[in-house]
Design a protein around this ligand. Structure first.
Ligand SMILES: O=S(=O)([O-])[S-]
Length: 227
């Protein structure tokens, strides 16, 4: 959920900005964490289980777990914020995005030492889409949020090109999407599509992010590419 007001009480703050920005001033108790660079093949059950273990280890390290909301903030609504928040939500955490409004409270300069907790994660399969699920659901509306020239260079058969810039906070209906509808979103490596994911979820559309996106799809010999 994208916050426009104060965050929930007791939240763990995650600052996804670059370390130099964090060092200049961050929210009290916030840790500095950018998960937007995540890449990984997610096709076998073992690969999914490995990701769940990695997220459990991460949650334990930063003191995140069930019952404690996590608020991720950044300098505006950007793909770094969106993908970091998506990765944490994928681990089963209750996640909020706080793109603006936090700035006046960013007064702490000393880095926060996280208080670790028991490693814990539950992979939230409801928000994740995998290549094999795309193959198994040919009727699922799949939105490729890359730019038209990227789409033209090769795309998943049946995908519809809707560049990220076309998504707005209240235009899901105008894009032909309705609350409750399930749609898949993807891009090159799951970052722009994480932004589309949150924008659509905010409007009640049941978006699922194909995290592997075209980087994974094009690397797999058995997956068809349309040009
Ligand atoms: O935003 S991206 O993952 O397509 S590089």
């Amino acid at each position: 959920m994208i916050l426009s007001a104060e965050p929930p009480p007791g939240a763990l703050f995650v600052d996804s900005r670059p370390p130099a920005d964090y060092a200049q001033g961050h929210l009290e108790g916030a840790i500095n964490l950018d998960l937007s660079g995540f890449r990984g093949r997610l096709r076998s059950e073992e690969e999914l289980a490995q990701l769940e273990r990695a997220l459990a280890e991460l949650n334990g390290r930063i003191g995140a777990g069930p019952g404690r909301p996590v608020v991720v903030y950044d300098a505006g609504f950007n793909t770094r914020l969106a993908k970091t928040a998506f990765m944490l939500a994928l681990g089963g955490l209750e996640v909020y995005l706080w793109p603006q409004g936090w700035e006046p409270q960013a007064t702490q300069t000393a880095p926060t030492t996280p208080v670790p907790s028991e490693p814990w994660a539950r992979l939230n399969r409801e928000i994740l889409l995998t290549a094999d699920e795309i193959l198994a659901q040919p009727d699922l509306l799949l939105l490729d949020v890359r730019e038209p020239h990227e789409f033209a260079s090769g795309h998943i058969p049946g995908a519809r090109n809707l560049p990220l810039g076309t998504f707005g906070p209240d235009n899901a209906g105008a894009l032909g999407l309705s609350p409750g509808q399930e749609v898949g979103v993807h891009c090159r490596s799951g970052a722009r599509s994480a932004s589309a994911f949150w924008i659509l979820r905010q409007q009640g559309v049941r978006a699922r992010n194909y995290l592997g996106s075209m980087l994974e799809w094009e690397a797999e010999a058995d997956l068809p590419v349309e040009r």
